[in-house]
Design a protein around this ligand. Structure first.
Ligand SMILES: Cc1cc2nc3c(=O)[nH]c(=O)nc-3n(C[C@H](O)[C@H](O)[C@H](O)COP(=O)(O)OP(=O)(O)OC[C@H]3O[C@@H](n4cnc5c(N)ncnc54)[C@H](O)[C@@H]3O)c2cc1C
Length: 299
C-alpha cells in the first residue's frame, strides 16, 4: 500500500485515506476504505491499475454503490477505485448511437434517450446505478435488460491496458456479463437504440417510474432487490409468504411495501442487514425448499 500511495503522490492522483464507504452506498452502511482513489479519467486510471498490478494490491471498482453491502470493518488491503463524476459524459455518435462514460448515471442516459426520442431504455429509468455498474451486471427491470441496448463496452484491464468487448463477447445473461468475473474496469458503454416517438418514450418512462414509486420503498436507503429471481418464483413473494414483511434485526427491516427489499430503517449496520438476509434465506429454505441467491454484492 505504501508504495502505491507514493506512486499516486508522484503523479498527483487524488486519493483519500479511510474514506467512509457509507457516503458512497445507497444502503448508507459500510466502514472506511483504507485507500480510496479518484482517477481523473482514462489516463490516470490506466496508471493506477498498472501500479496496483505492479505492487500486487487488489482493487475494488466502485460505481454508484447501489448494489453493494460494505463490511462495517471497511475495506482493508484493497484499493477502492471510484468511477464517478470524472467518467460522466454522453457523446452522440449517430442518430441512434451514443457513448456514455461509465460514471454517468443510468438516469442521465435515459434522459438523453428521451431528448433524442430514442426507444429501448425506458425500462431502466429509475435504476439508480452508473452505466458501468449496469453493464457489469446486465441490469434489468420490467422485462428489459441493458444487454439489448449495448453494442460495445470499452475497458481497461488489470494491467492498465485499454481494450473493448463487442456485444457478442460480452456474455450477457441474467444479472451477469463477462465483467462480472472481475479483471476489468469498464470506462464507457456504447448504446444503440431505435428511433421512436418522444411522447411514447416519455409516457413509458413515467409509467415505469410511477410503478417503482407505488411498489418500492424508495423513501428508505436500500440496495434494491436483495435476491435474484429464483427460477419459477419471485423472491419477494416467497419472503412475504414466509411472514417476514416488517421483520427487523437491529436497524434493518424487510420492507413492508416490497418484501424483496431490505431497508435501512433506523441506522442499520451492515451486520444487521447481513443477519436479516441470512434469516430470510433460512426461513424461505425451510418453508419452500428454495435457495435464495443474493443479487447484492458483498465486500
Ligand atoms: C432503489 C433501487 C432500485 C433498484 N432497481 C434495480 C432494478 O430495477 N434493476 C436492476 O438490475 N438493479 C436495480 N438496482 C440495483 C443497482 O442499481 C444496479 O445493480 C446497478 O446496475 C448498480 O450500479 P452501480 O453503479 O451502483 O454499481 P455498484 O453498486 O457501485 O457496484 C456493483 C458492482 O459493479 C461493479 N462495477 C461498478 N462499476 C464498474 C465499472 N465501471 N467497471 C467494472 N465494474 C464495475 C462493482 O465492482 C460491483 O461489483 C436497484 C437499486 C436500488 C437502490
Amino acid at each position: 500500500m505504501k508504495k502505491l500511495i507514493n506512486g499516486l503522490d508522484e503523479k498527483k492522483i487524488e486519493y483519500r485515506l479511510n474514506e467512509p464507504m457509507k457516503l458512497y452506498t445507497t444502503f448508507k452502511t459500510g466502514g472506511p476504505a483504507e485507500l480510496f482513489i479518484i482517477p481523473d479519467g482514462e489516463e490516470e486510471l490506466k496508471y493506477v491499475l498498472s501500479l496496483c498490478n505492479k505492487e500486487a494490491v487488489k482493487t475494488f471498482i466502485l460505481g454508484k454503490g447501489s448494489n453493494l453491502l460494505v463490511s462495517d470493518a471497511g475495506i482493508r488491503d484493497k484499493a477502492v477505485i471510484y468511477i464517478g463524476e470524472k467518467f460522466d459524459y454522453i457523446k452522440k455518435i449517430d442518430e441512434c448511437t451514443f457513448e456514455a462514460g461509465a460514471g454517468s448515471s443510468v438516469a442521465a442516459v435515459c434522459k438523453y434517450a428521451l431528448s433524442e426520442a430514442l426507444s429501448g431504455l425506458e425500462f431502466a429509468y429509475g435504476i439508480p446505478g452508473s452505466v458501468g455498474g449496469a453493464a457489469f451486471m446486465n441490469a434489468g427491470a420490467y422485462g428489459g435488460e441493458v444487454k439489448d441496448a449495448i453494442v460495445l463496452c470499452n475497458h481497461i484491464d488489470s494491467e492498465g491496458k485499454k481494450g473493448k468487448f463487442e456485444a457478442d463477447a460480452l456474455d450477457f445473461s441474467y444479472r451477469h456479463s463477462v465483467y462480472s468475473d472481475g479483471g476489468y474496469v469498464i470506462t464507457s458503454v456504447v448504446f444503440r437504440l431505435k428511433k421512436g416517438e418522444k411522447s411514447d418514450v416519455e409516457a413509458a418512462m413515467q409509467d415505469f417510474i410511477s410503478r417503482r414509486k407505488d411498489k418500492q420503498p424508495l423513501e428508505y436507503p436500500s440496495a434494491g432487490s436483495v435476491f435474484k429471481r429464483p427460477e419459477g418464483y419471485y423472491a419477494g413473494a416467497l419472503i412475504e409468504q414466509s411472514g417476514l414483511k416488517g421483520k427487523r434485526i437491529g436497524g434493518a427491516m424487510v420492507s413492508e411495501k416490497h418484501a424483496g427489499f431490505i431497508i435501512n430503517y433506523d441506522n442499520a449496520t451492515t451486520e444487521d442487514v447481513v443477519n436479516l438476509i441470512e434469516h430470510c434465506r433460512k426461513t424461505v429454505k425451510e418453508k419452500f425448499s428454495v435457495d435464495l441467491e443474493t443479487e447484492i454484492k458483498f465486500i
